[in-house]
Design a protein around this ligand. Structure first.
Ligand code: NAD
Ligand code: UGA
Length: 465
């Protein structure tokens, strides 16, 4: 069996960059080239100053420093990388469609199709093409169709190898994955050989028993299902958090009590202001859309409620702030701590903070925002993209700070929206003294110590407390 010598990854984003950095680190004899149409992104990946990398992930800078320009390359020369590669990972974005049929639900597969067409056009030798992006079940048949109708004598094997990393812990997740999933054509020799070749790469660092192989459709659907189950757990505990607030039960105690049941388990039971991130919402909407397209309306309705509950949780949090501040936040200054969708990432896609900010701005609040890793430009891009009001109005009502004590000065309330560790260690006494009184804290992540905050004088509200 031919050994893989060169890999190309199309898409240098949150998945392509870290995943290929780990493969290059673990397989020094393989040349890995990550390509992208976005020249700025590639320049950032090639930047001497590692703080300029386009993705912030703990441990990523070390990997880049160790492997870049040895066997790991970032480039915009997509054709060359495709031509030279034995194996091509497609790791481009698959956002929710914003137009036409399936608008607001279906995955937009235009970038995937463009990649398939480019591979079909450029390839002169046999290739293994791997779906790394998260895709609707049965996408491989479309890719196969495009690749197998080129009449250029090149043979393609298509595999599904979905990625399960979570942002903020990507390098650890990639280094010690719970499992690696490979879906392929298990009924042909060529298909089995392609699966083996990909499996061998992972076996450089992943125990063989953690490498699962399935048919290609199961692999595609397992990725959507995993995200749907994870998001469902959060919506379930968030639903209970609302009931806790009405009944004096404490959601942290409820989570702990149910998590001890080994069938339920303790992970992913943190009630919050709502889940964010680029994938949970998009992937569930996609699952809903696929289910409806097979006329499985009950299935679609079931999963759709995970999203509806999440929307409710974000709205409920903002409404609680407004109600508690005597039913008006008009011209009141409110500090938002955290803008990223979770800690240890600079990613803000679908972050709950964006929607909480939008609700509060609708009520004419004045917002001051602090996040240790998100830039001012990104924060304004996120609120402006909603199109709720003009960019000028957003600029008049929202200020971004790069220092916590400036952020909170003169505010009526603080809302904690991301669980950054540094927030816990702030000088909360100093913060209290610089605020208007009564000083409110709405802890959307339950990271602060409620009794200590109350002892300092704050009126403290957690989630589900
Ligand atoms: P991203 O937006 O960060 O990166 C995608 C990159 O692909 C962009 O830089 C874009 O310029 C590039 N691109 C798009 N079309 C291209 C083309 N035709 N040729 C070359 N480059 C092209 O996206 P991401 O977060 O890395 O996600 C990629 C896929 O992985 C999605 O399907 C997502 O659902 C899935 N996924 C993401 C995560 C995550 O944590 N972000 C985890 C698991 C799976
Ligand atoms: C998630 C999955 O965990 C990954 O396995 C998957 O690969 C990825 O989506 C994807 O397909 O993109 P990610 O979105 O990066 O990863 O981060 P998570 O840790 O899952 O957090 C998602 C959101 O849920 C965050 O806003 C987080 O704060 C929130 N969350 C998480 C809670 O509110 N409570 C919890 O108990 C856990």
């Amino acid at each position: 069996m031919k050994k893989i010598q060169k890999i190309c990854c199309i898409g240098a984003g949150y998945v392509g960059g870290p995943t290929m950095a780990v493969i290059a680190d673990k397989c020094r004899d393989i040349q890995v080239t990550v390509v992208d149409v976005n020249q700025d992104r590639i320049n950032e990946w090639n930047s001497e100053d590692l703080s300029q990398l386009p993705v912030y992930e703990p441990g990523l800078d070390e990997l880049i420093l160790r492997n870049r320009n040895n066997n790991l390359f970032f480039s915009t020369d997509i054709d060359k990388a495709i031509d030279e590669a034995d194996m091509i990972f497609i790791s481009v974005n698959t956002p929710t469609k914003t137009y036409g049929i399936g608008k607001g639900k279906a995955a937009d597969l235009k970038y995937i199709e463009l990649c398939a067409r480019q591979i079909a056009k450029v390839a002169k030798s046999d290739k293994i093409v791997i779906e790394k992006s998260t895709l609707p079940v049965r996408t491989a048949s479309a890719i196969k169709n495009i690749l197998q109708n080129t009449n250029n004598g090149v043979s393609f094997q298509i595999l599904s190898n979905p990625e399960f990393l979570a942002e903020g812990t990507a390098i650890n997740d990639l280094t010690y994955p719970d499992r690696v999933l490979i879906g392929g054509d298990i009924h042909t020799e060529e298909g089995k050989q392609a699966i083996d070749l990909l499996s061998q790469i992972y076996q450089s660092w992943v125990p063989q028993e953690k490498i699962l192989t399935t048919n290609i459709w199961s692999s595609e659907l397992s990725k959507l299902t995993a995200n749907a189950f994870l998001a469902q757990r959060i919506s379930s505990i968030n639903a209970i958090s609302a009931l806790c607030e009405a009944t004096e039960a404490d959601v942290t105690e409820v989570s702990r009590a149910i998590g001890f049941d080994s069938r339920i388990g303790p992970k992913f039971l943190n009630a919050s202001v709502g889940f964010g991130g680029s994938c949970f919402q998009k992937d569930i909407l996609n699952l809903v859309y696929i289910s409806r397209s097979y006329h499985l309306d009950e299935v679609a309705d079931y999963w759709e409620h995970v999203i509806l509950m999440n929307d409710y949780q974000k709205r409920r949090f903002a409404e609680k702030i407004i109600k508690t501040l005597y039913n008006t936040v008009n011209d009141k200054k409110i500090a938002l701590l955290g803008w990223a969708f979770k800690k240890d990432t600079n990613d803000t896609r679908e972050s709950a903070a964006i929607y909480v900010a939008d609700y509060l701005l609708n009520e004419q609040a004045l917002l001051s925002v602090y996040d240790p890793k998100v830039t001012e430009g990104q924060i304004f891009t996120d609120v402006n993209r909603l199109g709720t009001r003009t960019e000028k109005e957003n600029e008049q009502r929202l200020q971004v700070h790069n220092e916590i004590y400036d952020t909170v000065k003169g505010t009526h309330a603080i809302a904690v929206l991301t669980e950054w560790d540094e927030f816990i260690d702030f000088d909360w006494k100093r913060i209290y003294e610089s605020m208007e009184k009564p000083a409110f804290v709405f802890d959307g992540r339950n990271i602060l110590n409620a009794s200590k905050m109350k002892a300092l004088g704050f009126i403290y509200h957690g989630i589900g407390k």
